[in-house]
Design a protein around this ligand. Structure first.
Ligand code: PLP
Length: 395
């Protein structure tokens, strides 16, 4: 008796292992400042919680349709239509317990053995894991510090070919906070059309853009027919624990996704979906206020990091992550790499961060060292963490 071999092709999100280590240290009485967690530290707004309570009181506690309740799918089609500038049919919208299931079902329903999938590296670790699980070949697209963690256009051109079944993009981006430009998106669209590929656009940080407006490739000519657009409620409405996300799929994929959902989760929690309608159709000032707070924290963190010797940090345009180059600190402390620095900061400074390889192996020729900081904590916590790092690297 042994587990299926395919299960070993899945890999995990190291952030969760670091969190477990942080919690263990905290249990032993150690005081840790954490920059490791990728979730808003805000509470879900009151009117959204109230909508869930009202739904519970109406006994909206039964199974619902596999791909979501019709009023939520309609509200989502309107939301995507108004934020991405295209008409979306509610029939294309599949509600799921988080954006993660949309990644899972979306990638597994479109790629398989023999296919190549281009994905960002560093990147959200689930992309590479699911590509492997599907039996396809992952083709990492390096994101470049000098380009604000966008990619080199010639390099993307060299990676996409007849074998490419899907191009995955994530903007604003985890872990770098980078935002793709309209020219980047146009190139992806051009190559997707030329080589007839799927496009998977993970837009969970679309409401956290600090400079200018959010751009999606969904409205570019020919894209809606080949694009799976994924978004969710976790980051925009501080609803990580509710497990609410969705995908907008090309219509021919919808029956396949429905079958996947019937096989995996049956449906998404019904009363949570009523809360989701309240989130989308209620007042949006929470979203704006949270974004402004994140902007202030971003500036505090980036200025603080750039003031430290041996650290250089690009000011990210979105999400709530900073991805400083820490090569200088590693060298001056005699540490081999960012992984050793992550351990040093955790155990000697009481500061939890994630090293670059939590987001994929280094790209060919990549010699610099990076850490990911999440600034989803209060300004006081950020200032305390910066002071600890300053003390630990200059002692
Ligand atoms: N996509 C990216 C890029 C993320 O960073 C995350 C969460 O960290 C997700 C998807 C998953 O979000 P959800 O909580 O909706 O499953």
């Amino acid at each position: 008796m042994k587990p299926a071999e395919s299960v070993y092709r899945l890999s995990t999100e190291t952030a969760f292992s670091v969190l477990a280590e942080v919690n263990k240290l905290k249990e032993t009485g150690k005081d840790i400042v954490s920059f490791a967690i990728g979730e808003p530290d805000f509470d879900t707004p009151e009117h959204i919680r109230q909508a869930a309570k009202d739904a519970l009181d109406r006994n909206e506690t039964h199974y619902g349709p596999a791909i979501g309740i019709p009023p939520l799918r309609k509200a989502l089609a309107e939301y995507i239509g108004s934020t991405r500038g295209v008409t979306v049919n509610p029939d294309q919208v599949c509600v799921m317990p988080g954006a993660k299931p949309a990644l899972f079902h979306g990638i597994l329903s479109c790629v398989g053995p023999g296919d190549e999938v281009v994905y960002p590296n560093p990147g959200f670790p689930m992309y590479a894991s699911l590509i492997n699980y599907a039996g396809a070949t992952g083709v990492p697209l390096p994101l470049v510090e000098d380009r604000g963690f966008s990619f080199d256009h010639d390099q993307l051109r060299s990676l996409v070919n007849e074998k490419t079944a899907m191009i995955i993009l994530n903007s604003p981006h985890n872990p770098t906070g980078g935002v793709l430009t309209p020219a980047d998106l146009e190139l992806i669209a051009e190559l997707a059309l030329k080589y007839d590929t799927w496009v998977f656009t993970d837009e969970v940080y679309c409401q956290l853009v600090y400079e200018g407006k959010f751009h999606s490739l969904y409205d570019l000519p020919g894209m809606a027919e080949r694009t799976i657009l994924v978004d969710g409620f976790s980051k925009t409405y501080a609803m990580t624990g509710w497990r609410l996300g969705y995908g907008v799929f090309p219509e021919p994929l919808v029956p396949l996704i429905t079958t996947f959902l019937v096989n995996s989760v049956s449906c998404t929690s019904t009363f949570s979906q009523y809360a989701a309608i309240a989130a989308l159709t209620g007042p949006q000032d929470f979203v704006r206020d949270m974004r402004e707070e994140f902007r202030a924290r971003r500036d505090l963190l980036i200025d603080g990091l750039n003031a430290l010797p041996g650290i250089r940090c690009h000011r990210p345009g979105g999400a709530f992550y900073a991805f400083p180059n820490v090569t200088g600190v590693c060298r001056s402390l005699g540490l081999k790499d960012a992984s050793a620095l992550q351990q040093y900061l955790l155990h000697d400074a009481g500061v939890a961060v994630l090293e670059r390889e939590c987001f994929g192996p280094r790209n060919e020729g990549e010699a610099e060292e990076y850490l990911r900081f999440s600034y989803a904590s209060s300004r006081e916590v950020l200032a305390a963490g910066l002071a600890r790092i300053a003390a630990a690297i200059t002692k």
